[in-house]
Ligand binder design. Structure first.
Ligand SMILES: Cc1ncc(COP(=O)(O)O)c(C=O)c1O
Length: 424
């Protein structure tokens, strides 16, 4: 494999690349038999815990009784959609996909098909999957914050044609002037705004309530569709995702990750009149795929959503997240580190500095190097997380069993060493 890994983001260098042997609850064990309490949770899908028997048993039963896939519809399709509709009442129609990327592709194509327009507006720091059009990022890493210029928009790497950004517009989060400027310039051709209101790929930096309302109003006034990308936040931050927290609803929503507690399932859906442009004939929007709505994915989604809908899992997850932040805050305060938490308890970002960033440019003002040093020390001592403050801490139900005393002493040691190495 190039770089020795199946996904380039898994390469952490010759010495630090992690190979996992097993997982259970909120822990993973690596090939060297070190066990970690995991706050990375595979970039978010694990919402109950690894190897949750309640989900796994449903999947085993489904595949032994029904098979894995048939290339035809099953009653699992409507069972899962019924559950989604109970939890997210604004979803009128839905289609399945196999990954967050595929769900976004489906939603964007549907929005273009419905509106007959081309352009898509995204927010700096947002991430919407690995397909060419969405693989343009605001390059804040190489940006001089003092320059007064906007960060450059750069491709995620080579192999991405310049033409793929032809219809993409990028604006800073929470900036009313920037979104107004884009609509004044090309509003007649904007099919959709795609936004993750709590940016799960940018330290849970969040849209203000007023900004979300502004986007909703702009879309309503111009016939543009609001696509809320809930690949990370969906079924995680609340039953009804970020939209429940804001009380503002999308025309189309994408889901993946927490929907299946680690099984690869995704979906997009929303307004019936919009989704009805998906048709197999007469110029309709095409959607489908060999593995779409396979029975492994859908039985996992059915079991996961049933538990999330009917148990007190969210209360446990939110309490665990709040308790963990309290412990970390005490450690940071003890060491005199200014810090701010961003986002909800089930998916919180940590920013070293004296402000909660309100957009990706603000993130540059935080002490992300200290965070990385702290995180690398945590990993050494058995706490797994992404050593980049743009990736939040993910909490699952099984984190209710974390020994907070152990976490506090581990974090204390990790921060002491981070400060010492800085001074040294
Ligand atoms: C908000 C958001 N959208 C889309 C994606 C892409 O999902 P996937 O990696 O399943 O293709 C991600 C992945 O992290 C994401 O966080």
């Amino acid at each position: 494999m190039p770089m020795g890994v199946a996904d380039s983001y898994r390469y952490w260098g010759e010495k630090n690349t992690v190979f996992v042997k097993s997982s259970k609850g909120c822990t993973i064990t690596d090939a060297d038999d070190q066990t970690f309490v995991d706050f990375r949770l595979a970039y978010g899908p694990i919402i109950l815990g690894y190897r949750d028997a309640r989900v796994d048993q449903e999947v085993i039963q489904a595949i032994t009784e029904r098979g894995t896939m048939s290339g035809f519809s099953t009653d699992l399709d409507s069972d899962v959609i019924e559950l989604v509709k109970q939890m997210c009442p604004n979803i009128e129609k839905m289609r399945f996909a196999n990954s967050g990327t595929e769900a976004v592709i489906g939603a964007v194509r549907t929005a273009r098909g419905f509106t007959g327009r081309n352009k898509i507006v995204v927010v700096e720091g947002g991430f919407h999957g690995l397909y060419d059009e969405m693989m343009w990022k605001s390059d804040v890493d190489n940006w001089d914050a003092e320059s007064g210029e906007a960060p450059e928009v750069a491709a995620f790497g080579s192999g991405i044609p310049e033409a793929s950004r032809e219809h993409l517009e990028t604006v800073p989060l929470n900036c009313f002037e920037a979104i107004d400027e884009v609509f004044a310039r090309v509003g007649g051709d904007i099919a959709a705004i795609v936004i993750e209101p709590i940016m799960g790929n940018c330290g849970s930096i969040a849209s203000s309530q007023e900004y979300m309302q502004k986007l909703r109003d702009l879309c309503d006034a111009t016939g543009t569709l609001l696509i809320i990308d809930e690949v990370k936040t969906g079924f995680r931050v609340a039953k009804g995702g970020a939209q429940e927290l804001y009380g503002i609803h999308a025309d189309l929503t994408t889901y993946a990750k927490a929907m299946g507690n680690g099984y690869p399932v995704a979906a997009f859906g929303g307004r019936a009149d919009v989704m009805n442009v998906i048709r197999s004939s007469n110029g309709g929007v095409t959607h489908g795929g060999t593995y779409t709505a396979n029975m492994i994915a859908l039985s996992a989604a059915k079991a996961t959503l049933t538990i999330l809908n009917n148990s007190d899992a969210y209360a446990s997850i939110n309490k665990a997240g709040a308790d963990i932040q309290k412990v970390l805050a005490a450690v940071f305060t003890k060491h005199g580190i200014e810090h701010r938490f961003a986002g909800p308890d089930s998916m919180f970002g940590i920013h070293f500095g004296d402000l909660v960033p309100t957009n990706y440019r603000d993130w540059k003002k935080t002490d992300s190097d200290l965070y990385t040093e702290f995180a690398m020390n945590l990993i050494k001592h058995g706490v797994m997380l992404e050593p980049d403050s743009r990736e939040p801490w993910f909490i699952c139900e099984a984190h209710k069993n974390v020994d907070l005393g152990w976490l506090e002493s581990t974090a204390d040691r990790a921060m002491a060493d981070a400060i010492a190495s800085r001074v040294g």
